[in-house]
Write a new protein. Structure first.
Length: 112
């Protein structure tokens, strides 16, 4: 801030102008035994081609499964190693989209 002579808000607006906005969200789900493994298998499966309105463009499987959704962002499903918890993380270009993605993934996991 001192170097550029700008406030934090000004620097953030400049970053958004250059790279676009991204909005982060997280949900921790209490799950039944075996549900974590089912969720990881479900989102790892290449048969999952779309999530809501967006295509699954790629996956990463480091410390959970991270699913990239077109150009809008990603969602990650990560099991806790010590508790019956499944952590859901998402980052997309709009706050409402992040919440929609988290709600959809939560619903899928609860149905497994």
């Amino acid at each position: 801030m001192a170097w550029h002579g700008k406030s934090l808000g000004e620097l953030l607006r400049a970053l958004h102008a250059e790279f676009g906005e991204y909005h982060y969200g997280r949900i921790d789900l209490d799950v039944k035994p075996g549900q974590k493994e089912k969720a990881i298998a479900h989102f790892s499966d290449g048969k999952l081609k779309n999530l809501l309105d967006w295509p699954v463009t790629r996956r990463e499987n480091m410390d959970g499964i991270k699913v990239y959704l077109g150009e809008i962002g990603w969602v990650m499903v990560r099991p806790s190693g010590t508790e019956n918890l499944l952590r859901l993380y998402s980052e997309t270009s709009r706050a409402d989209t992040t919440q929609r993605v988290l709600a959809a993934v939560s619903g899928i996991v609860k149905a497994l």
